[in-house]
Design a binder for this molecule. Structure first.
Ligand code: NDP
Length: 484
């Protein structure tokens, strides 16, 4: 399965150009050059997709769960059989190492499809008997046509995380991947056709978020929106869809604390902290970007973190020895670097990294940055309050549990937190007090797809994952039957 130069929309089972007939450029961030073209879709494409989805809905919503299971599983099989092609495309589109796309992104994409294909077979609803009077039972019915909008950091991984439960629950979907990384969603369109997904059940539109994404959110007949992306975009989506009373699931930004107590397993913590700081260039919403270390081990930690960060190999995404590839775009690289300058203005010291990597040959124009560790900043400054979403962490010492909980909870975000300690009571106390949707103790990114996933405060509204996602993508109806 090879990627094409001209990406197409997937509407009513066909691969089509945008109604505008226009395309815009898709960059390979590792070489800093255009390598393919994205259809510039707008509200006309949304309307066409909506009509196709509405035609498909009556039949799809009534298919047996076992039929949906079979088709979604077939799509998963096709992705798995074409693992290398999908991973290569993901790497070229996003700048991440091929090895990471091959071992994390693409496997998780077919796992998402399999997970929800299976989950729908086990999905059930409640009944509430009223003694000697009546019985209530809850119907959970598909909503209709729903919108799924995903970001660029884990492209196919997050796109399938949304569309799989939506389709499994019997909805028809209009999906929009990020304009930065559309290629694997385009390849997914072909996999859907090959797997026999009926026309119109899934429609994938490409283009600018502010144009085609906004048109999806605005369309009165698209009844629910599942969105993952930045908090500011989330605000815009709420302000459009809220007054229309659409069902909304919003997975937004984070500024996650990583809390390290002196009694932790130091080696295990160091190994995982390096990953939780810089995996995918820090472009994972769950990365821990504010590291608080109990004072007795602060200096040892700092020395070790800086040493290991300097060993990280940034470069050619297709080299087997590369740890980090390119950032997703020139604009994003500039944004990340502006935060490094800001940190210095705010009084921070950059202990390592934060400068572009000078590459030779093919990659000389790519967006490569050395991972940065910064210290000396108060928890209240902008560098420690705003989401950078790059390979940048700040470190600071703390003395007491109360103090570090205050630091951890001091931002507008509340997505994920990590706590390192061997003291189980302390771990439980801290986990309970941290304002976030997810807390990892002595680990990071250990994911069970059945668990509720999402954030509090400005990190989101609602939960994805397991039955939560199937509940989101269904409407409940209580049926009450009286008997005598
Ligand atoms: P954006 O919010 O910029 O974009 C997310 C998606 O929304 C893209 O497909 C984008 O399209 C689209 N979009 C943009 N504007 C609109 C609009 N007005 N209406 C509808 N859709 C729109 O986020 P990024 O892609 O930059 O992703 C990074 C962000 O995602 C970070 O803040 C990160 O924390 C967050 N994130 C959160 C996760 C979570 O689970 N909580 C997981 C992963 C990331 P286009 O790209 O074409 O502009």
């Amino acid at each position: 399965m090879t990627p094409d130069k001209y990406i197409k929309n997937y509407i009513d089972g066909a691969l089509l150009p945008a109604a505008s007939g226009e395309y815009f450029d898709n960059f390979n961030p590792a070489v800093g050059k255009v390598y393919s073209h994205i259809p510039d879709s707008d509200e006309r494409d949304v309307q066409q997709a909506l009509e196709a989805a509405e035609r498909a809905f009556p039949e799809w919503s009534k298919t047996e769960p076992s039929t949906r299971f079979r088709i979604l599983t077939r799509i998963a099989d096709i992705i798995e059989q074409n693992l290398d092609d999908f991973a290569r495309a993901e790497s070229i589109d996003s700048g991440k190492p091929f090895a990471m796309a091959r071992s994390v992104d693409i496997p998780r994409a077919h796992q998402n499809l399999r997970f929800f294909a299976t989950a729908i077979l086990h999905f059930s609803s409640e009944s509430h008997p009223m003694q000697n009077e009546a019985i209530n039972y809850t119907l959970r019915q598909p909503i209709g046509v729903v919108g799924c909008i995903s970001p660029w950091n884990l492209p196919l991984y997050l796109f399938t995380w949304k569309i799989a439960p939506a389709l499994a629950a019997g909805n028809c979907v209009i999906g929009k991947p990020s304009e930065m990384t559309p290629m694997t969603a385009y390849m997914l369109s072909k996999a859907c056709s090959e797997a026999g997904l009926p026309a119109g059940v899934l429609n994938i539109l490409h283009g600018h978020g502010a144009k085609v994404g906004q048109a999806i959110v605005e369309h009165p007949k698209i009844k629910a929106i599942s969105f993952t992306g930045g908090t500011n975009t989330g605000k815009k989506i709420i302000s459009t869809a809220g007054p229309m009373f659409k069902k909304l699931s919003l997975e937004l930004g984070g500024k996650n604390p990583n809390i390290i107590f002196a009694d932790c397993d130091f080696d295990e913590m160091m190994m995982t902290t390096l990953r939780s700081s810089f995996s995918n260039n820090g472009q994972i919403c769950l990365c821990g970007s504010r590291i608080y270390v109990e004072r007795p081990i602060y200096e040892k930690f700092k020395e070790e973190l800086v040493k290991r960060t300097q060993f990280i190999k940034v470069g050619d995404p297709f080299s087997a020895v590369t740890d980090l590839g390119a950032l997703v775009s020139e604009q994003h690289m500039k944004k990340v670097m502006s935060y490094i300058s800001l940190a210095e203005v705010e009084g921070g010291t950059v202990l390592c990294g934060g400068t572009p990597v000078e590459m030779k040959g093919e990659y000389s124009e790519g967006y490569f940055l050395r991972p940065a560790v910064i210290e000396g900043l108060p928890h209240t400054c902008r560098t420690n309050q705003e989401e950078i979403f790059g390979p940048v962490v700040t470190i600071a010492p703390f003395d007491t549990e109360e103090e570090v909980i205050e630091y951890a909870n001091s931002t507008q975000f509340g997505l994920a937190a990590t706590v390192w300690t061997k003291d189980i009571s302390k771990a439980n106390r801290v986990a309970e007090k941290i304002e976030s949707g997810i807390v990892w103790v002595n680990c990071w990114m250990v994911r069970d797809l059945r668990t509720p996933f999402g954030g509090v405060k400005s990190s989101g509204v609602g939960r994805e994952g397991g039955l939560e996602a199937l509940r989101f993508f269904t409407e409940q109806k209580n049926v009450c039957i009286k008997y005598s």
